[in-house]
Design a binder for this molecule. Sequence first.
Ligand SMILES: [Fe+2]
Length: 188
Amino acid sequence: MASDVISMIKEDHRDVESLFERLQKMPENRPALLAELAAKFVAHARAEERKIYPLLAKRRPDEKEEVHHGEDEHHEAEEILAQLLAADPDGPEFDTVLQELISAVSHHVEEEETEILPALEKAVPPDERAKLGKVFSRLKAEELQTPPKPRQRSKEELLRAAEEAGVEGRSSMSKEELLTAIKAAKQS
Ligand SMILES: [Fe+2]
């Protein structure tokens, strides 16, 4: 098992990708696979947000924006995850929402591996990355002790996402309206 925090984060990404694949190919195992995915995804995201992202933002202030964006993407994925947890594993909605989750997470993983992790590699020397790996593991283990609670995005996060998606009239919209408008803008 890797000890450098960067390799550990990438291992988690590959693990989540394999869970996605199994969720698609083995519908009969969906409840167990989804429970595993939710626990691992939320623990990984929280551990990053508690230790890795703040450290990068502190060392490299020019990466603050990227770190913020990464957090927004975690919360967006968690919002979709909550929908998936509420969906009937045998119903048609499950496949649609699963697809939505896969594309949101794949996008985030790609950005993290091409922007955030290379910046972290430059900002933190290898010996410190190994120590950070231990902290990352400990934080994940801590998070795994409580049932995962996927977070909903805040109004502020939704407004940023709406701006990015080019939603007109966003400032007067409610959270629900923002969610619908962002979805529609992304699909068009
Ligand atoms: Fe992440």
